[in-house]
Design a protein around this ligand. Structure first.
Ligand code: GLN
Length: 446
């Protein structure tokens, strides 16, 4: 069972920050009682699930893998948590991540790094590395993650599981600790596409408490679990098949393309000409929003405090001691980009390029139904390999951040293995609010 899997694997994988085995057992008993009593239960009832530690859980620590929130126990649930808990899952714990979701390897967690279950010397990806590793190791059947610039899809790809980033606004962000509010989305990490559809059915939908959540009907995503992509037009962006991409990733993608043709899809070459600018655009907008969002951690209203002689030194001491290096780097970049005199040159320019990136997709979707792309240029790499080179790690986000900039949904599914037997993922990208078609494509391929 899942709790014994957790016992066997988690000493090595280290996916969990907080474990709630007792709660899970109790919940499983409750569900047994419901079944015995003849009650109708949800498909997720009693199923072990785990939650990324930046999603607020009432009465249960929500640390964002930061010393700043090390002892933060939210007095309320995120909207997705209320929705999930209503299904009576056996919640097994809260999952490790890069501090405040900033990173792509889970090595930026203030507490400890998570290891990839496929090879413990490798990173699980990030920032939802705990979520992907737990599902991959079998210490949870499904998990929630968050994706600001790839943080669901990239770890899913590194750990050989399925990860879906919904359309911006499809899932409420209320109670998700904000990183970059115009990019953040919560989504599922699951073992297969069927589970993904079931979790989406629970978490999607409008929420009055999130003014950016979209007020439109939520389809039944399990209706998209149909084995048929005959005639589906799949776009291949030429900018996503570049030199410097790992040979194994290239090979896996090419095999997938052949298979998709066999399944009856029509492959169409397309161009997303502003792809090259996506990384620089993202790494201005995300830190700019982060620097604003993280200003609330001042030692007064939230989280930890380190005393000082006066209020300014108290705030300075708190932020100096409790934020990790990557978080500080982002706050500095963000404040710089937003400063008077630099605003037009950096932030405003980035917003304009963001529109161009979005227009690339709008144009492409005139000709195709979905877009197929790799998730990351390489499979999972060794722990420590990029630890001292943040820029190199930023560049790994080339295939994931464009979707966040454009607000589009994307699903990452396994499509092969590297020579070293590490999983490789590919993503289907959909039109806004068209999770159904990418789920259908992923289900048919899987
Ligand atoms: N790797 C990206 C970053 O560090 C993505 C993070 C995310 O999606 N939360 O910003």
């Amino acid at each position: 069972d899942v709790l014994s899997r957790m016992e066997v694997t988690d000493d090595k994988v280290k996916a969990y920050i907080t474990k709630t085995a007792d709660y899970a057992l109790q919940q499983a008993e409750n569900v047994d009682a419901d079944i015995a009593g003849g009650a109708k239960i949800s498909v997720l009832a009693g199923i072990p699930a785990a939650i990324k530690d930046n999603i607020c859980t009432k009465g249960l620590k929500t640390t964002c893998a930061s010393y700043m929130l090390e002892n933060f126990v939210p007095p309320y649930n995120a909207t997705v948590m209320d929705k999930v808990l209503a299904q009576k899952p056996a919640l097994v714990g809260k999952l490790n991540m890069d501090e405040f979701a900033m990173g792509g390897s889970t090595e930026n967690s203030a507490f400890f790094a998570t290891h990839n279950p496929w090879n413990l010397d490798c990173v699980p990806g990030g920032s939802s590395g705990g979520s992907a590793a737990a599902v991959s190791a079998g210490s949870a059947i499904w998990a929630l993650g968050s994706d600001t610039g790839g943080s669901i899809r990239q770890p899913a790809s590194f750990c050989g599981v399925v990860g879906l980033k919904p359309t911006y606004g499809r899932v409420s962000r209320y109670g998700l600790v904000a990183f970059a509010s115009s990019l953040d989305q919560i989504g599922p990490l699951t073992r297969d596409v069927t589970d993904c559809a079931h979790v989406m059915n629970v978490i999607a939908g409008h929420d009055e408490k999130d003014s950016t959540s979209i007020n439109s009907d939520v389809p039944d995503y399990t209706k998209s679990l149909v084995n048929d992509i005959k005639g589906l037009k799949i776009g291949l962006p030429k900018e996503y098949f570049i030199d410097g991409m790992d040979e194994d990733v290239k090979k896996a993608m090419n095999t997938a393309i052949v298979d998709l043709k066999k399944l009856g899809a029509e492959i169409v070459d397309i161009s997303l000409p502003h792809t090259d600018y996506a990384i620089s655009t993202y790494y201005l907008i995300a830190p700019a929003e982060a620097s604003t969002n993280l200003s609330r951690y001042d030692g007064v209203s939230y989280g930890s405090r380190v005393d000082g002689e006066d209020i300014v030194s108290m705030m300075t001491n708190t932020r100096t001691a409790k934020f990790g290096p990557e978080v500080k780097r982002r706050i500095m970049i963000g404040n710089y980009a937003l400063s008077a005199g630099y605003y037009d040159a950096y932030y405003l320019k980035a917003l304009k390029v963001r529109t161009l990136v979005k227009q690339d997709f709008d144009n492409a979707f005139k000709d195709v139904d979905v877009i197929l792309a790799p998730v990351a240029p390489t499979p999972a790499y060794k722990l420590g390999a990029m630890a001292n080179d943040p820029l190199k790690m930023y560049l790994m986000d080339i295939f994931t951040v464009p979707l966040n900039l454009a607000g589009l949904p994307g699903i990452s599914i396994p499509c092969g293995r590297s020579k070293d037997n590490m999983p490789i993922g590919m993503q289907f990208i959909g039109r806004p609010l068209d999770e159904e078609t990418i789920i259908r494509a992923a289900y048919t391929y899987e």
